[in-house]
Ligand binder design. Structure first.
Ligand code: UD1
Ligand code: MG
Length: 345
């Protein structure tokens, strides 16, 4: 079904792109300003296609996996409601261009269906070396755990959205992270004999597999030079899908380790996000139409930092460098988990 989703996405994107252009939903490619390509209207918000195809697959999938003891369907459908709500709010943002402060909190509304239906545990396991300080091995956080879930959703969505602005980066990072999640799930299912634990990771696979394949379909159009933009519909949708998967699969700490570049980008962005220093509408590098190279600006983003650290380069090379960094972060996370495994046994 996920492969079918890939094919459907690849077929539908050009059609939807025409309709979106007709409705004046487009953006100019800022990193091509000054060249003929910079004057082309690039259709925006193609994330709406991916979101719809994804939901279709995830909804139909229940039919084939339904058994009499399908308790997991309550949380599964709550997860889908949250993802669907997020797609709606992301699309609203693309159409209405909502102010930044309001935009920041939209994901907390979208997370509500999941938080309200969540009946799973609200406990955390204390690592062995820390038990002497807490006195207990398992700590019940109660409502604080739900607050944490909500904050995770807000973080994941916005973190993806602000690590963006060069062709292929929004979708590329999602592809790398969701591939890492998938590998993690398969490894955990193989390593465990606890049926509940296996179920949580199987659950995660159901939701992350269609995300990976539909995103690959989108990437084929969004890769340099982009013929479509993904819009905040996509960044919010992808962030929410991964947050939901991390919450219901009970591996949100691992998820945050996969998000290392996004965490760094967020921390580096904080002075501008909280208006300590001015924040322009776009915090992108400077493009030189003569050489076709990008130069880092003072704006606090990982994109600019990479250009300053590793020198000027083309937009495509920059995207590849950032995605390699993302993959390295995921690899390091697998290594770290392996080293710390003894902490929880
Ligand atoms: C976030 C970032 C902003 C960045 C923007 C780029 C913060 C606080 N906000 O804003 O700094 O400039 O994302 O997505 O960090 N675009 C390109 N090339 C691309 C992708 C997008 O030129 O590869 C431009 C297009 O004009 C497109 C626009 O960015 O129309 C989309 O921006 P939007 O997603 O609305 O920006 P924000 O998410 O608000
Ligand atoms: Mg955006």
């Amino acid at each position: 079904m996920s492969i079918g989703g890939f094919v459907l996405a690849v077929r539908l994107i050009p059609v939807a792109a025409r309709y979106l252009l007709r409705r004046n939903m487009f953006g100019y490619d800022i990193n091509k300003k000054g060249t003929p390509q910079g004057a082309i209207k690039v259709p925006e918000s193609l994330g709406i296609v991916i979101g719809i195809v994804y939901l279709l697959i995830a909804i139909l999938f229940q039919h084939f996996n339904f058994t009499a003891d399908s308790n997991w369907l309550v949380e599964y459908n709550a997860a889908l409601a949250s993802i669907c709500f997020m797609i709606l709010l992301g699309f609203v943002d693309d159409v209405l261009d909502i102010p930044w402060r309001v935009k920041l909190v939209l994901p907390s509304f979208a997370a509500l269906p999941l938080l309200m239906a969540y009946a799973g545990h609200t406990t955390i396991i204390i690592p062995k070396p820390l038990i002497q300080y807490t006195g207990v091995a398992i700590l019940d956080l109660g409502w604080i755990y739900k607050l944490y879930m909500g904050m995770l959703a807000v973080f994941c969505t916005n973190a993806i959205n602000i690590h963006a602005g060069i062709n292929g980066l929004e979708v590329g990072q999602t592809v790398v992270i969701s591939a890492a999640i998938l590998i993690h799930n398969v490894m955990q299912i193989g390593a465990s004999s606890d049926p509940e634990y296996k179920q949580a990771h199987a659950f995660s696979i159901y939701l992350v597999m269609p995300l990976l394949t539909t995103s690959l379909g989108l990437l084929s159009y969004n890769w340099y030079p982009s013929t479509v933009f993904v819009g905040d519909t996509y960044t919010y949708f992808a962030g929410m899908a991964m947050a939901v998967v991390g919450i219901l699969g009970h591996f949100s700490e691992t998820l945050l380790l996969f998000f290392l570049p996004q965490v760094l980008n967020f921390l580096y962005s904080c002075p501008q996000l909280f208006k300590i220093i001015p924040c322009p509408r776009h915090r992108l590098p400077r493009f030189d139409p003569q050489t076709g190279l990008l130069t880092g600006t003072k704006d606090g983003t990982l994109v600019n930092l990479f250009l300053r650290l590793f020198g000027r380069c083309s937009e495509k090379a920059l995207c590849i460098r950032l995605l390699i960094f993302q993959a390295l972060a995921c690899l390091a996370c697998f290594g770290l988990r392996y080293m710390l495994a003894g902490w929880y046994k």
